[in-house]
Design a protein around this ligand. Structure first.
Ligand code: ADP
Length: 588
């Protein structure tokens, strides 16, 4: 249905009412005035009629129609009326205006009928003869013969006066109607304007501008409506604010979680996922919502797990492996997602990346195996030689001395491994507890001490250790640990250099920190070993390392000392040309 403005619904009704009232009141006024005029004219005419009737009373019986007609013609102008004498059969006997012979039978005229019945008849009619509205008064002639004397006057004057009055009435009515129409327009506008204001306000509410206030009109009903609208907007605003706050809180919690959280609906479509889940599954977060899980995470294990949660309900746990370039172990926990009526609408999946934990477990397992293996070698050797001694070698002093020498060196090796392990775990513990004791130290002193530690081995192997360090260079370090690290690097450099070679130990500082470099021109390290040489017990050449008395822990110790200082260790090496190990220590 076509909609119209309220104004155009109200206004035509007003106009109709005004027109009806104007026509009603005008018509009534006109009729009253007309009746008033006629009531003034009628008695006058009746009086004239009675006088004329009296003139005729004597002659009616005796006079001829011609005499009656002559009398009528003389009385008519004298009384300024039209006088008509009607015989008992309705035949016109005389008339002041016309020749009776030319006139119709008047028996059917209402005033004549009335006069015959009651003696007096009156009517207002249009006279075809005179072509004007006339007022007629008819009186029975009195002789009882049925004759009637009728006088009439034209109502032209009265009607002229009535026409003027009618014009005035209608003009007045028109003015009143126009005024009323104008006032109605104002009233209709007054009713519809606040409604339009409220409509505009409600439109703004619908568009989200809930802070807007609808103006409260002064009409009780409209004011109630406006206040209800404003209250509704306030409540909506409050509810939207608290919902937004809740959503933001939830978003903040979800996005700050390390665990990935993902919600899927019953058709395995992703409803939402947090940043951690998106990075774990290596997908774009915003582009994933609303898409099928199969498209988002191309992982059969995860899809099966989600399907199981959706089917079985309750809480499910499992572990899946994601293969995206690297292998990642993910602990998954899923629960049913319920709506307000506790109906299952999907599943909530929490993904916990346990790759690091698994790797650490592996490292620990490998480490235990490596330590056992490393310890077993000297222990087996010691046991073997002690057995040999028991079985008779003791009686041969030279052999006994030789074997005891080996037992001694294996025991020393055992001791060295244990020492290295202890110092590694101490450094790790201190670094974890952030309890490293540091003091501002001259680096030259530290490098000197480290070189001195290796002096015996260096002299034995004929290797020269050169120090290049600015005298004034200081750093906030733990001097014993840095000395141990540099000594380990120098020891390796010396052991891996030919005799007469030179090993350079340099230190330099800048705004970022200090770098200590140990450079040798020895055998170098093949590139494939470089990523692993800082691992515990990792050796490039096992037999050679053992022969040189290495434990495989030296570089691991260097790495942990650098880490404990917040620094790092790097290596550059070219097989056959030599290696450069650098310890980078930031300014603490
Ligand atoms: P090790 O006690 O065997 O020296 P490290 O952890 O100190 O153990 O070193 C690990 C391995 O790295 C060594 O076995 C050796 O093969 C290699 N390496 C270390 N430093 C050097 C170097 N300066 N030149 C050549 N190879 C080196």
């Amino acid at each position: 249905m076509a909609r119209r403005r309220l104004l155009w619904k109200l206004y035509p009704t007003y106009i109709l009412l005004i027109l009806l009232c104007t026509i009603g009141v005008g018509g009534y006024a006109f009729r009253s005035v007309k009746a008033f005029y006629y009531s003034r004219v009628a008695p006058d005419l009746e009086a004239r009629a009675r006088l004329i009737q009296r003139e005729f009373a004597a002659d009616f019986e005796t006079a001829t129609p011609a005499e009656l007609d002559a009398l009528a013609k003389s009385l008519g102008p004298a009384s300024r009326t039209r006088v008509t004498i009607i015989g008992p059969a309705g035949v016109v006997l005389g008339d002041s205006g016309k020749a009776p012979a030319t006139m119709d039978n008047h028996a059917d005229r209402p005033e004549v009928i009335q006069a015959r019945a009651s003696g007096l008849g009156q009517s207002v009619r249009h006279s075809g003869t005179l072509r004007a509205d006339m007022m007629y008064v008819a009186l029975a002639e009195g002789g009882g013969k049925g004759g009637v004397v009728r006088v009439a006057i034209p109502l032209t004057e009265v009607q002229d006066a009535l026409a003027t009055i009618s014009k005035r009435i209608w003009l007045g009515g028109l003015v009143v109607a126009v005024l009323a129409a104008g006032i109605s327009m104002l009233v209709a506008r007054r009713i519809s304007r606040p409604l339009r204001g409220m409509m505009a306000g409600a439109g703004r509410f619908a568009a989200g501008d809930l802070a807007h206030k609808v103006l409260v009109p002064d009409t009780v009903e409209l004011a109630g409506l406006a206040e209800a609208l404003n209250r509704m907007a306030e409540q909506l605003d409050g509810q939207i604010r608290s919902l937004t706050l809740e959503r933001n809180e939830r978003e903040a919690i979800l996005s700050s979680m390390i665990e990935g959280v993902m919600a899927v609906d019953r058709d395995q479509r992703v409803m939402s996922l947090n940043q951690a889940a998106a990075s774990l599954l290596e997908v774009d977060r915003s582009g994933s919502e609303g898409r099928d899980l199969q498209e988002v995470a191309r992982n059969v294990l995860l899809q099966r797990f989600v399907a199981r949660v959706l089917e079985d309900g309750g809480t499910q746990e499992g572990e899946i492996v994601l293969h995206d370039g690297t292998e990642r172990y993910v602990l998954v926990r899923g629960t049913s997602l319920l709506d307000v009526d506790a109906r299952r609408i999907g599943a909530l999946i929490v993904l916990h990346d346990v790759t690091r934990m698994r790797r650490l477990e592996n490292v620990r397992r490998d480490f235990v195996a490596n330590v056992s293996h490393e310890l077993r070698t000297p222990v087996t050797a010691i046991q073997g030689f002690v057995e040999t001694l028991r079985e008779g070698a003791l009686s041969d002093p030279d052999r006994a001395r030789h074997f005891l020498g080996i037992v001694g060196s294996q025991a020393a090796r055992l001791n060295q491994i244990i020492e290295d392990l202890l110092s590694l775990s101490r450094i790790e513990r201190e670094a974890e507890a952030r309890k490293l004791d540091t003091v501002s130290t001259s680096l030259e002193d530290v490098l000197h001490a480290a070189a001195a530690d290796c002096q015996v081995t260096a002299s034995e192997r004929g290797v020269k250790v050169n120090l290049i360090c600015p005298e004034e260079l200081t750093a906030r370090i733990n001097p014993q640990l840095v000395e141990q690290a540099v000594a380990n690097l120098v020891d390796n450099a010396v052991k891996n250099s030919e005799s007469d070679a030179e090993v350079a130990v340099e230190a330099e500082g800048d705004s970022a920190g200090v770098v200590i470099r140990v450079r040798d021109h020895g055998c170098g390290i093949p590139a494939e070993h470089l990523p692993r040489i800082f691992e515990r017990f990792y050796r490039v050449d096992k037999a050679r390392s053992r022969k040189l008395g290495g434990t495989g822990l030296g570089l691991a110790i260097v790495k942990h000392i650098a880490l404990a200082h917040g620094g790092r260790v790097t290596v550059e090496s070219t097989p056959g040309e030599g290696s450069v190990f650098s310890i980078h220590l930031p300014i603490l």
